[in-house]
Ligand binder design. Structure first.
Ligand code: ADP
Ligand code: GN1
Ligand code: MG
Length: 391
């Protein structure tokens, strides 16, 4: 992009934001800056011009976000889902005697009453209260931090345990339909759009030999053995806000991918992402190892946060969640590699292949230690603290 094009784009964005702020009826909020490290939406912090604002000031600050239309075909449905869940959580936190303005998201409707504003370019924007005195982390440098994020996501399950999921839109259809993801992978191999299938017979075989695992959770849903509940679907550490002073987890954020699903999806995705010491695109596979100890501390945190809301089968499904979601992610990365890197951002050829290899290596570790993974959940289930857990 030429420098003048960039300036023009920036000015357009400023105008766009000014228009959106006015549609939200937020006079005096002139200070706008990009905020956070999210990969999906564009996030801005709005503060008052008078200087009283900011995380420590008196006037409330706001988070304004433009929802990614490439990922979400119907961003207005995303905004509706977020509103439904936030309102429910707000009340649940009040019922627990907590502070709903810090422990849940507060969504602000636009002047027309909708939970979003559609600007002149068709972009959808939503506005939430900035949670004061909070911070998020990009990586879990200690097991305690990882466990604390587990506690937050487990408590999210607890607070939403009676939520009726029939009112939630499926904003990304078949998001965790692993058999469908597998089907699409086979189609990608056959089509071989980027001419890469011939280079990766070993990885294709690694996926194929696990094809029967893909349906383990979906079959249990279809058979009525697992109940669909609210799933967050993006249970990474940086989607938990922590209290700056106490260091305790405060609030689960980034509710865009909230959909009907399973607790096993959320638990599994956290394990896939966090129970190791490598980057998601690590090229040196010797560094990649599933860490059972991190799995254990996360499980303890998650189940401490959730209380005893899960029966025996649901508890076992958590360990399966780790395997199925890791396999699914390997499938997704490899499919994207075969299709020519269209979905995930990549800055070099082979990144999606490296990511897929990492998932396969983690998966192998989980398969080897699956007995222990189930055993850890069973030990927690029988422990007195879990049996007696109540809020
Ligand atoms: P993305 O979907 O792009 O990941 P997020 O909703 O996670 O976007 O927001 C990006 C970052 O902005 C978060 O990691 C967090 O640091 C910060 N953030 C988002 N919402 C709030 C909020 N209500 N209060 C304080 N910080 C927030
Ligand atoms: C995407 O953008 P990010 O990192 O929050 C993806 C997740 C994947 C993850 C893998 C909407 O999330 O499902 O697990 O990449 N989000 C969507 O890194 O597809
Ligand atoms: Mg996020």
């Amino acid at each position: 992009m030429q420098p003048n094009e960039e300036t023009e784009k920036r000015d357009n964005l400023k105008d766009e934001i000014r228009e959106v702020i006015s549609a939200f009826n937020l006079s005096g909020y002139e200070s706008v800056r990009e905020y956070g490290n999210g990969h999906i939406n564009d996030t801005f912090l709005l503060e008052r011009e008078d200087g009283a604002a900011g995380a420590g000031g008196q006037s409330p600050s706001y988070i304004l976000q433009r929802i990614n239309r490439g990922v979400f075909a119907h961003p207005e449905q995303v905004a509706e889902n977020v509103l439904l869940i936030s309102r429910y959580l707000h009340q649940a936190v009040v019922n627990e005697g907590g502070d709903p303005l810090r422990e849940s998201m507060t969504v602000f409707p636009a002047k027309d009453g909708k939970p979003y504003v559609r600007d002149r370019y068709g972009e959808i924007w939503r506005l939430v209260l900035f949670i004061r005195g909070s911070m998020s982390y990009e990586t879990a440098d200690t097991p305690e931090l990882f466990a604390a994020s587990g506690e937050a996501f487990g408590h999210f399950q607890y607070l939403l345990r009676d939520f009726d999921v029939s009112g939630l839109a499926e904003t990304i259809p078949d998001f965790h339909n692993t058999p469908k993801r597998y089907q699409r992978f086979e189609e990608a191999v056959m089509r071989d759009a980027a001419g890469r299938a011939g280079e990766i017979p070993a990885e294709i075989e690694e996926i194929r030999k696990r094809s029967s695992v893909c349906g383990i959770l979906t079959d249990q849903i279809a058979g009525g053995e697992l109940r669909r509940c609210v799933a967050h679907n993006d249970t990474k550490l940086n989607n938990v806000l922590f209290d700056r002073e106490t260091g305790r987890p405060l609030c689960v954020i980034d509710l865009d991918t909230v959909m009907p699903g399973l607790a096993a999806y959320d638990f599994g995705d956290s394990i896939r992402f966090g129970a190791n010491h490598n980057l998601e695109d690590e090229r040196d596979l010797d560094k990649v190892e599933f860490d059972l100890r991190l799995y254990e501390v996360y499980a303890e945190g998650f189940l401490r946060g959730s209380g005893a809301i899960f029966g025996e089968r649901e508890l076992q499904s958590l360990a399966w969640g780790a395997r199925v979601i890791t396999l699914e992610q390997a499938i997704r990365f490899l499919t994207d590699y075969l299709e020519g890197d269209c979905y995930y951002h990549t800055d070099r050829r082979g990144k999606n292949l490296d990511r897929a290899r990492v998932q396969i290596k983690l998966l192998r570790g989980m398969e080897e230690q699956f007995g222990e993974m189930l055993g850890i959940l069973e030990t927690i289930r029988k422990s007195s603290w879990y049996q007696g857990a109540a809020f």
